[in-house]
Write a protein that binds this ligand. Structure first.
Ligand code: ZN
Length: 194
């Protein structure tokens, strides 16, 4: 984590990409719009979305662009200061950006997996998090149409990570006491506002 290419920006487990100076600048600009640890909005529960209007869709598009610029694989509304239950994600670099509104996990596999996760809101922090390997989710799309999906691998992990954000839960709440302590120390060294 000392090397610049392995920046704080990495959300979850995507390999640190080789970024040219222009992309780095764009990422830094994007990250300024992402709420960081210490902001109470990250510890708050987001509210149900009832109105599927143009402003909602515009916000989803804006967050998708922000996530792309920040080189993240997911971004929850809390992370841009909105306490509303939706997030965007993209696990396949060439695939479309997905948006899930009012997501609900309806089933999780008994099998769990432990992987390192990072978070755009926790610069420099990478901790191990254990989660169910597969999930089934119901949600709504940007028009309010019902969506149902089953996910495994990175997609299952991203969905659970982003859904946690909507409940005010962060990766440091889900890791071991030792890793949490270490993460808090590194956040403090980076001058996070708390
Ligand atoms: Zn996150």
């Amino acid at each position: 984590m000392t090397n610049e290419s392995q920046t704080e920006a990495e959300e979850l487990r995507r390999e640190p990409p080789e970024l040219d100076p222009e992309m780095l600048a764009r990422r830094e600009a994007a990250l300024r719009h992402v709420r960081k640890f210490g902001d109470p909005v990250l510890k708050s529960r987001a509210a149900q979305v009832d109105l599927f209007d143009e402003p909602l869709r515009a916000e989803i598009d804006r967050m998708g662009l922000l996530m792309d610029d920040a080189v993240g694989v997911g971004l929850a509304a809390n992370q841009v200061g909105l306490l509303r239950r939706f997030f965007v994600y993209r696990v396949d670099e060439d695939g479309p950006i997905q948006a899930l509104v009012n997501p609900l996990i309806t089933w999780t596999s008994e099998q769990e997996e432990t992987f390192e996760e990072g978070c755009l809101s926790l610069p420099g922090v990478v901790v191990e998090v254990t989660r169910p390997a597969q999930v089934r989710v119901t949600a709504q799309d940007r028009f309010g149409e019902p969506v149902e999906l089953e996910a495994g691998g990175l997609e299952a992990r991203v969905i659970q990570h982003e859904l946690d954000h909507l409940d005010g839960v962060l990766i440091i709440d889900r890791t071991t006491r030792g890793q949490r302590r270490e993460a808090m120390r590194s956040l403090r060294e980076l001058g996070a506002g708390f």
